[in-house]
Design a protein around this ligand. Structure first.
Ligand code: PLP
Length: 416
């Protein structure tokens, strides 16, 4: 009896649900307060770590930076880590350490934040865009291979949304052509590929600790590597090209303990000690944040798995992903609305989405330099239908449910 009653009740609710008016047409939004696609989670412990640093003797160039770099190399399984002031600086340093310059070509994906390509431009090299896999949205190794010329010197492969790229295939291509493999893991701290953490897989791996990323230092970044020579160059690039290692040059310059040498042209890309303290504290919660992100992703996957109106990003089995972004892609054959209409409807339901990303070469800077639309058809087609829905560890189960409700409500309204 009870079961029978419940079934009726459910059908009744479902009916009611279908009739619900979208907020954009004057209906009740699924939630009262706006939720955004990402946000940081700073706890009391983080605040304490920063406060202790601020009142201590070093607020930059101090022991917290050294401790952070030690911790980062433990977490990523890389021999060396260099902290810098943001992820863009990390990519710039990686291009400098790789010795890239004018005349060199660097292959990357267009479905990324502009910095993944801009880093090549910073050193006078030329970004070349390879297309992405239509299901995983990550750079397609076959397309990398197609774009290789005798000028190609490096690949910047982006772990898009946190999912690991196909490291084995990309590594093999890079080795065969003598290319430096730079991984842009701005989305992917905590992700593993075949059990190995991101950070230990490329020649150099770059991280960002911007507040929307999995862990944050406000602004911040790092490069990890297993190569001592790259490590030395990364250090110089990020610290004015200055070496304090007296052992390196004391014979040439035995003036006294104050000596240092500017050996190359570098930049001031240092992270402060209070940022390092914040990030070290955040790193202790990486596992917790990662678990929570995975739980939310599992809930979304379950809720959307039978919906023909939405495509979900496919996962390769090698990637144990700490997901930074959750992307839904509209199936325009099954929906009567545009992406813009869907996006605006989500926004008025108080679920603020974002689009990651406009293909990099669509931007005027690249258009003016001769990059033509049509270059990467898969990336362009994906861009047309995607939006990122909220995903961050501080979301409650109720938040997740309202996001799912908004997607379902809008899909049901616009279902063909
Ligand atoms: C965030 C991001 C960057 C740049 O990091 P910043 O810390 O903002 O400079 C680079 N690449 C990708 C893919 C990113 O998402």
């Amino acid at each position: 009896m009870v079961l029978w009653y419940k079934t009726i009740q459910m059908h009744f609710n479902e009916e009611e649900y279908i009739m619900e008016k979208l907020a954009i047409f004057g209906g009740e939004p699924v939630r009262k307060e706006k939720i955004y696609y990402g946000r940081q989670w700073i706890g009391e412990d983080d605040v304490k770590a920063v406060a202790e640093t601020l009142t201590g003797p070093y607020i930059t160039c101090g022991p917290r930076v050294t401790a952070l770099e030690q911790k980062l190399s433990e977490v990523t399984g890389a021999k060396y880590a260099v902290s810098v002031c943001n992820g863009t600086a990390a990519l710039h340093c990686a291009c400098i350490a790789a010795g890239l310059g004018p005349g060199d070509e660097v292959i990357t994906t267009p479905l990324t934040f502009a910095a993944s390509a801009n880093c090549a431009v910073y050193v006078g090299a030329t970004p070349v865009f390879a297309d992405v896999n239509p299901e995983t949205y990550n750079i397609d190794p076959a397309s990398i291979e197609e774009r290789i010329t005798d000028k190609t010197k490096a690949v910047v492969a982006v772990d898009f949304t946190g999912q690991a790229v196909e490291h084995d295939r990309i590594r093999e291509i890079c080795d065969r052509h003598g290319l430096t493999l730079i991984i842009d893991a701005a989305h992917a701290i905590g992700t593993k590929y075949n059990g190995k953490p991101e950070g230990s897989l490329g020649d150099m791996t770059c991280f960002s600790f911007h507040p929307v990323k999995t862990i944050t230092s406000g602004e911040g970044g790092a490069i990890t590597t297993n190569d001592p020579e790259l490590y030395r160059k990364l250090h110089l690039a990020s610290q004015h090209g200055i070496s304090h290692d007296v052992n390196e040059f004391v014979d040439k310059n035995p003036e006294g303990p104050w000596v240092y040498e500017m050996q190359t042209l570098g930049f001031n890309y240092r992270m402060t000690d209070f940022q390092a303290a914040l990030l070290t504290s955040q790193l202790t919660k990486l596992q917790q944040f990662s678990d929570r992100r995975k739980a939310i992703v599992a809930k979304y996957n379950e809720a959307f798995k039978d919906m023909e109106e939405i495509f979900l990003q496919k996962e390769i089995p090698q990637s144990d992903t700490t997901r930074h972004l959750y992307i839904i892609r509209l199936n325009k054959d099954k929906l009567s609305c545009t992406r813009r209409e869907f996006f605006d409807a989500m926004s008025t339901e108080n679920v603020q989405c974002q689009v990651h990303y406009v293909p990099v070469y669509y931007f005027p800077f690249y258009q003016e330099r001769g990059y033509k639309k049509g270059l990467c058809p898969n990336a362009e087609a994906i861009y047309e239908g995607i939006m990122s829905i909220p995903l961050y560890p501080m979301m409650t189960d109720e938040d997740v449910d309202t996001v799912i409700a908004a997607v379902k409500k809008i899909v049901e309204y616009y279902r063909k």
